[in-house]
Design a protein around this ligand. Structure first.
Ligand code: SAM
Length: 286
C-alpha cells in the first residue's frame, strides 16, 4: 500500500530545510538539519565542509541545483521582514504552511511574541516531534489545517491569536502548491482576519521556463519533479498579477523583490538558477 502524500510530512518542506541547513556561507539555519532523516545529516555536514574548500561553494550550489543558495537568501529576506514587523510593534505572527520553519526557535527578535504555525496534520506532527527538545524563543502554538479545505478562522479559533491585534502573516513557499482559487480565497481570508496595521510576507513563483523550446523543457521538468514529490505546482503569477490579486483581496502597498535584491542586501552575487522564479511580496492592511 502506498502512502498518500497528505499522510506523510511534506517533502518540499524537507527539501527547503535541506537547503537552509546547507546554506551559503554564514547564511544558514542551524536548526534545519533536525527536519532531515538522521542518515542524511552527515551528508549535509559534508556539503557544508565542501563549500568551504576552494571552488567548493560553486560545486555545492551546482550539486543542489541552487536550492541551498535560494533557500538561504529567501530565509534571510523573510527574517528581515519579520524583524522589521516586530520592531514596528507587531506582536503576533501566523506562519501559514509553516513546514519546518524554525524562526520561533532561532530568531531573538521573536522573543516574547506569539507565533502560530499552520500546516497539514502530518507535517505538523513531524514538526512538533522535530522541535520537541528545543526551547522556543516565542510562545508557539501549532494548528493542523488544510488550507484547500479548511477555514483559517476556524483553524485559528482555539488559539490565543487575537484578531483585534495586528498580525504578521508569513506565507512562504506555499502559494505555488495551491490552485488559483485557494490562493485568492486564502489571501482574502488573511485580509479579512487582519486588524489594521497587519502585514503580509509571502512568496510566489513566476511561470518557470521563460518561453521557447528550452523554456518549455525547463517548465515540464520542474512540474514533473514536484509531481513526483506528491506536491504538484498549481499556480504561477507575474509581479503585476500578484499585485492585483493582493489589492483585490484587501491588502495595500505591495512591494515585490527577488533573489537579485536579496543577494545584494547581503553583499552576495545573485544566483541564476531555476529557483530564481520565486519572488517575495510584502503588503499591509490599513
Ligand atoms: C515548500 S514547503 C514550505 C515550508 C515553509 N514555509 C518553509 O519555507 O520552509 C510548503 C509547505 O506548505 C504546506 N502546504 C501546502 N499545501 C497546503 C495546504 N493546502 N494546507 C496547509 N499547508 C499546505 C506543506 O505541507 C508544506 O509544509
Amino acid at each position: 500500500m502506498t502512502t498518500h502524500p497528505r499522510d506523510r510530512a511534506s517533502l518540499t518542506a524537507r527539501a527547503v530545510a535541506l537547503g537552509r541547513a546547507v546554506g551559503r556561507g554564514d547564511l544558514r539555519d542551524g536548526l534545519a538539519e533536525r527536519a532531515l532523516p538522521r542518515l542524511v545529516r552527515p551528508a549535509v555536514r559534508g556539503l557544508r565542509a565542501a563549500a568551504g574548500l576552494p571552488g567548493g561553494r560553486a560545486a555545492v550550489a551546482v550539486a543542489l541545483g541552487g536550492l541551498n543558495v535560494h533557500a538561504a537568501l529567501r530565509m534571510h529576506a523573510v527574517d528581515a521582514e519579520v524583524e522589521r514587523a516586530v520592531h514596528d510593534g507587531i506582536g503576533q505572527v501566523v506562519v501559514v504552511g509553516a513546514g519546518f520553519d524554525t524562526r520561533a526557535w532561532r530568531m531573538e527578535a521573536l522573543h516574547g511574541t506569539h507565533v502560530v504555525e499552520v500546516d497539514r496534520p502530518a507535517t505538523q506532527r513531524r514538526k512538533q516531534a522535530t522541535m520537541a527538545d528545543v526551547a522556543p524563543l516565542a510562545d508557539v502554538e501549532f494548528v493542523a489545517a488544510d488550507l484547500a479545505e479548511d477555514s483559517l478562522l476556524m483553524a485559528l479559533a482555539p488559539t490565543a491569536w487575537d484578531r483585534h491585534r495586528p498580525t504578521l502573516w508569513v506565507w512562504e513557499a506555499v502559494v505555488p502548491y495551491l490552485d488559483d482559487l485557494a490562493v485568492r480565497s486564502t489571501a482574502t481570508g488573511l485580509a479579512e482576519l487582519s486588524a489594521p496595521g497587519s502585514r503580509l510576507v509571502m512568496t510566489f513563483a513566476h511561470p518557470v521556463g521563460g518561453g521557447g523550446v528550452a523554456g518549455a523543457l525547463v517548465d515540464s521538468g520542474a512540474r514533473l519533479a514536484f509531481e513526483v514529490l506528491g506536491e504538484p505546482l498549481r499556480s504561477a503569477y507575474d509581479d503585476w498579477d500578484i499585485t492585483a490579486l493582493l489589492t483585490e483581496a484587501g491588502f495595500h502597498d505591495p512591494v515585490v523583490t527577488g533573489s537579485r535584491e536579496w543577494a545584494r542586501t547581503v553583499g552576495q552575487d545573485a544566483p541564476r538558477l531555476i529557483f530564481a522564479a520565486e519572488r517575495l511580496v510584502t503588503a499591509v492592511r490599513r
